[in-house]
Ligand binder design. Structure first.
Ligand code: PFF
Ligand code: NA
Length: 452
């Protein structure tokens, strides 16, 4: 476990390769599908502000910690935590943190895949000219037709799980690095084009106001929890995904700079998606809080009415599927790495098990949008429940534990060795990771429980 150790699963070819993969994990449906609709549901500006604060004060310090733990442990999150707990001479039960992550990744992928399936089906709709000239009503009907069909949802979900497992089977580098290198810049350009379209709707300012003028009467403690949970979700934190990727990171690469870069790229993509979507929402008299269908009910209107819309529409949904894939592989990689290390499985076999289990749960999620829509627990559908459980509870708890481990359990000298930061920066990071981040998560939980 010296810092010259290499991971048995391979190593990134460079810092840039790691940035690409980690950015690929971070940038996904969370930015383009989830961020706009939860912003809409939670009233806009104040929610966005809380989310941004959480990224800065909680997300970035924990991302640094998570990458650092991964690189020092050099194994799957469960075995990394076992090794690091031993090195720090603390309770071996810290390895349950790795377990929490494996389970969270599996649960998230089961619904992530269903939504990614929507995006795949929209590639075809775009390709066959389905958006051309359509008004908001027709676009909404199109979406309603899709989600009300269990057969279609299961079909696209199956395709997405299959694609994910096929990539994971190959191992994490190689194809992925290349895909992300092309993906990110192109996605960025299309988002800018969509923002350009939003400017022509006459409701651009209204959209900006919605997103950026905070009205705190719009949010309660549950909205704050959602914003904080989303900071973890969007940065892929709190479940070992970034830890696994960190374990393939070569030594002597600046972790802090890398984390800033990834969080910056992720935030920019989310904000651009929101800036593109809300003007279209208002221009067409749609509801900002209309839920998970928001991007599918708005962006097609833009593609159907802008010049070059056919091409951009096809390209956009193709890229969205790729962005989802580069995230989904990191959701299941902790489970696969663990099966390979501990259950003596071949990578192929591990993929069949992990993929099969996710597929089954995903089918239940697909049904929760139609035939099982009245199956609820705590007033939430299967989809809502899984989303709440993972993003709002498991990831923040996982992140809290990562912060506590890095800030309090690990020998400060080891953290310092691994991070190679200047003294002032290191002190700032320690402050954030030992006090600010854990206290913030704790207080938000207490508020939601009604204790404070
Ligand atoms: N960060 C991804 C997104 O924003 O779409 C989702 C995600 C990927 C969450 C990997 C957690 C994770 F471990
Ligand atoms: Na993200």
């Amino acid at each position: 476990m010296t810092d010259t150790n290499k991971s048995i699963h391979g190593e990134w070819s460079s810092r840039f390769a790691f940035i690409l993969a980690a950015t690929g994990s971070a940038v996904g449906l969370g930015n383009i599908w989830k961020f706009p609709y939860i912003t809409g549901e939670n009233g806009g500006g104040a929610f966005v502000l809380v989310y941004l604060l959480c990224v800065l004060a909680i997300g970035i310090p924990i991302m640094i910690a998570e990458i650092m733990l991964g690189r020092r442990g050099r194994q799957s999150p469960i075995n990394t935590m076992t090794a690091l707990a031993e090195e720090a001479q603390v309770d071996p039960r810290w390895h349950y943190l790795g377990w929490l992550g494996v389970v969270a990744g599996f649960l998230i992928l089961s619904y992530y895949s269903v939504i990614a399936g929507w995006a795949i089906s929209y590639v075809l709709k775009a390709f066959f000219g389905g958006f051309s000239g359509a008004d908001a009503g027709e676009i909404s009907d199109m979406f309603a037709n899709l989600v009300s069909s269990p057969v279609q949802l299961v079909f696209w979900h199956s395709l997405f799980i299959f694609a994910t497992m096929a990539i994971v089977r190959q191992g994490v580098s190689g194809g992925l690095e290349k895909a992300v290198r092309f993906l990110m810049p192109t996605l960025f350009i299309i988002l800018i084009l969509l923002v350009g379209y939003a400017m022509t709707t006459g409701f651009y300012q209204r959209g900006l106001d919605f997103m950026f003028s905070p009205d705190f009467s719009q949010i309660d403690s549950d909205a704050i929890l959602t914003a904080m949970g989303h900071a973890f979700f969007t940065l892929s934190l709190g479940m070992g995904a970034i830890m696994v990727y960190g374990s393939y990171l070569p030594s002597h690469i600046s972790i802090a700079k890398t984390a800033l870069y990834i969080a910056g790229a992720d935030t920019v993509v989310a904000l651009l998606a929101g800036i593109a979507i809300f003007p279209i929402v208002f221009a067409n008299g749609l509801e900002p809080g209309s839920g998970p269908g928001l991007i599918f009910q708005t962006l097609p209107i833009a593609f159907g009415n802008m010049t070059g819309g056919w091409l951009f529409g096809v390209l956009f949904f193709v890229l969205l599927v790729f962005a989802a894939l580069s995230s989904s592989i990191s959701l299941i990689e902790p489970a696969v790495a663990w099966l390979v290390e501990n259950k003596n499985m071949e990578r192929y076999q591990a993929c069949v098990w992990a993929g099969g289990l996710t597929w089954v749960l995903g089918v239940a999620v697909a049904f929760s949008f139609n035939i099982w829509s009245d199956v609820t627990l705590f007033d939430k559908s299967i989809f809502d429940l899984l989303d709440y459980l993972t993003a709002n509870l498991m990831l923040p708890i996982g992140g809290f534990c990562i912060a506590v481990f890095a800030g309090w359990m690990m020998k400060q000298q080891h953290a310092k060795e691994e991070l190679e930061m200047a003294d002032g920066q290191f002190t700032l990071w320690r402050l954030l990771v030992s006090y600010v981040a854990p206290a913030a998560v704790f207080v938000v939980f207490l508020r939601v429980l009604g204790v404070v």
